[in-house]
Design a protein around this ligand. Structure first.
Ligand code: SR1
Length: 376
């Protein structure tokens, strides 16, 4: 593994030659070979739409052309649709940029995540992306990385240092847009079950919006709060939701702003035969989620989401820009979109590729654009 080493004169020379060769033969091709993102834009539903991705505006820096850059991705969680899609996007972008992506996960163990981060610092990664994490456990390790001068990107975690570039999905909007639909459907009155686990930065921000929403809408009564995050979140939440629904027979809605929560809520509603009575307002999207939302009579009527693979791509691009000492905004926002069950049905949308084709704003090529790579 080659990390933050002093580049040898030979390496720089080779890089320069490679970069010139790349620039000369293929303006849009990324360093290090072919990539899916160099191909013309396509949609799953319509096939090729003809326009090539915007070309690179200059050649790759030598360390990228030579494949010498390692970015460590230090994750708190890895199971579930959201995290799997996010990783797939990050890996695709790393491949496109000719970067080695070293992935570790705490698998929900915060101490393990902190150790993984310390290891990335000791191994002198060229940049580190911290994906989720609890402030208490992860901030001390983030501070060590900052002190070592390693460029940092933080997603869905408060890094506790101004050095890091912070990526967010606008969690207040995620909650607010879902709650707008809940309010319209319920007329602003009724009993609601809320799914939440404190400590996860995105869920805490969504919770702030929920707390304000309850104050602004006194007709909405939270009758139960449930929630668990583990390796089988959906089934654990389903068990809790069943108990909460049985104890509260007048519930009209479940606010479940994480797709594993929403899937659990749907399972419980279906098992209790309450599909016509109780609706689910969620967050996030995946092809599996689209399948659940589009099912006959599905109670999951709205979700608010980014394309997680796009967010993973943005994180890797931001880290790459930092390695290259390019200008990067300290706060990067990947805005979410409201997706209703009706939109999916009306558009015949069956997977994330079709969704992104229908809502192009879910792709954000200008967020952390890398000037030596084609847009992805
Ligand atoms: C346990 S935190 C889960 C959330 O992280 C990401 O922000 C996703 O949107 C998901 O809802």
């Amino acid at each position: 593994m080659t990390m933050r080493k002093t580049r040898s004169l030979l390496g720089v020379l080779a890089g320069t030659i490679a970069a010139v060769a790349l620039a000369g033969c293929s303006q849009g091709a990324p360093a290090g070979g072919t990539s899916a993102s160099a191909a013309p834009a396509t949609t799953a539903s319509t096939g090729t739409i003809g326009s090539a991705a915007p070309a690179a505006t200059r050649s790759a820096p030598p360390e990228f052309a030579n494949g010498e850059v390692t970015i460590a991705l230090v994750r708190q969680l890895s199971s579930g649709d959201y995290f799997e899609q996010w990783l797939a996007g990050a890996q695709a972008e790393a491949k496109s940029l000719n970067v080695k992506l070293d992935v570790s996960s705490g698998d929900g163990n915060n101490d393990k995540q902190a150790l993984n981060l310390e290891q990335a610092v000791n191994q002198k990664a060229d940049a580190i992306i911290v994906d989720h994490g609890f402030a208490d456990t992860i901030q001390p390790a983030i501070k060590k990385a900052a002190a070592a001068g390693i460029p940092l990107v933080a997603f869905d975690v408060d890094p506790g240092t101004p050095e890091a570039v912070v990526i967010g999905q606008d969690d207040h909007q995620i909650a607010a847009k879902a709650l707008d639909v809940l309010k319209a459907d319920t007329g602003g009155a009724g009993e609601v079950i809320y799914v939440y686990v404190a400590g996860f930065a995105p869920l805490d921000r969504r919770n702030e919006t929920w707390e304000q929403f309850k104050k602004d809408n006194p007709g909405i009564k939270q009758v139960a709060q449930i929630g668990v995050v583990n390796n089988s979140t959906a089934s654990a939440v389903a068990d809790q939701a069943k108990a909460a629904l049985q104890a509260n027979p007048n519930v009209k809605a479940i606010f479940a702003p994480y797709d594993e929560f929403a899937k659990g809520a749907v399972l419980a509603i279906k098992e209790l035969g309450l599909k016509d009575k109780v609706k689910v307002y969620g967050a996030d999207i995946s092809t599996a989620d689209i399948g659940v939302m589009a099912e006959e009579g599905s109670p999951w009527v709205a979700t608010v989401a980014t394309d997680p693979s796009n967010v993973g791509r943005v994180a890797v691009r931001a880290a790459a820009l930092l390695v290259a000492k390019e200008q990067v905004d300290k706060a990067l926002n990947v805005p979410p979109a409201l997706i209703t069950r009706q939109t999916l049905l009306d558009g015949g949308i069956a997977n994330v590729e079709q969704l992104v084709a229908a809502i192009p704003a879910l792709t954000t090529p200008d967020v952390a654009r890398v000037p030596w790579a084609p847009a992805s």
